[in-house]
Design a protein around this ligand. Sequence first.
Ligand code: MG
Ligand code: MG
Ligand code: MG
Length: 309
Amino acid sequence: MTICVVGHSNPDTDSVMSSIALAALLNAQGKAATACMQNTADALNPESKMLLERFGLAAPELLTDAAGKEIALVDFSDLAQGPANLASATVVTIVDHHKIGDVTTNNPILFRAEPVGCTGTVLNKMYKEAGIAIPQNIARGMLAAILSDTVNFKSPTCTDDDKAAVAELKKVADVADTDGLFMDMLKAKSSVAGVPIKDLLFRDFKDFDMKGNKVGVGQLELATVDQVAEIREDLIKAMKEVKAEGRHSVLLMLTDVVKEGTDLVVISDDPALIEKAFNGKLQGTSMWVDGMMSRKKQTIPNLQKAFGC
Ligand code: MG
Ligand code: MG
Ligand code: MG
């Protein structure tokens, strides 16, 4: 059976590039595998779209239902972030860099998770250990994924391993100017003009279970928070609608990559709890949290602590 390699829903560049890279690695090892994603190609975020085009890589195939399939997961291991019926599929491999989620298996599997900034960094190691050369366009994709996930090394999730992986991948990818590549990515990813508001909110959005409360946290990485000034009210309206679908809270991180902080917009049943989580004070629906760059390493752990998880 062909293994479907899939990243989390609302895929980011790491999920897209890692599904391509792991599928290619499995293929090189004689295993049938296809890169997949849970959204149609037109729903890809503009950064990933730009990169696929630039590097001549095909978008992963659509996979919305995992029933009866052999699945490899990249960049997540939470059922809530996977395709329908993931719990009854056969998960054969997981490669990740997040906290371990709630996926379970009936058989032993290859499970490789490391506390690094990007799945691409883990995959670079796996290629090396397997003695398999990374095709140039895939190396470019992995390199871009690491720059994306680590916010060009500025995120607190970035490790020495990520920097080492970029140094290695640069050579294979023949990309000399990674800062230039990152600025092109930032330009693409922070473009909000003409994008439907809900698409913006869901561009990088994840749901989490906090002691039985559903909490959705989205993030937009921006060159400046001013980019969303004109649509802020529309974003808040959309957040209220999304919260009304059964969530305790909806948070939107408007992350200023240059100032290295986040304008955190909060729609919640318990705003005081969110204020406590970030040791801040909401001005209306938002507060500036200096230094907040990473949902995984900063936002979620603080929320879990506040919710008593
Ligand atoms: Mg990701
Ligand atoms: Mg990632
Ligand atoms: Mg990310």
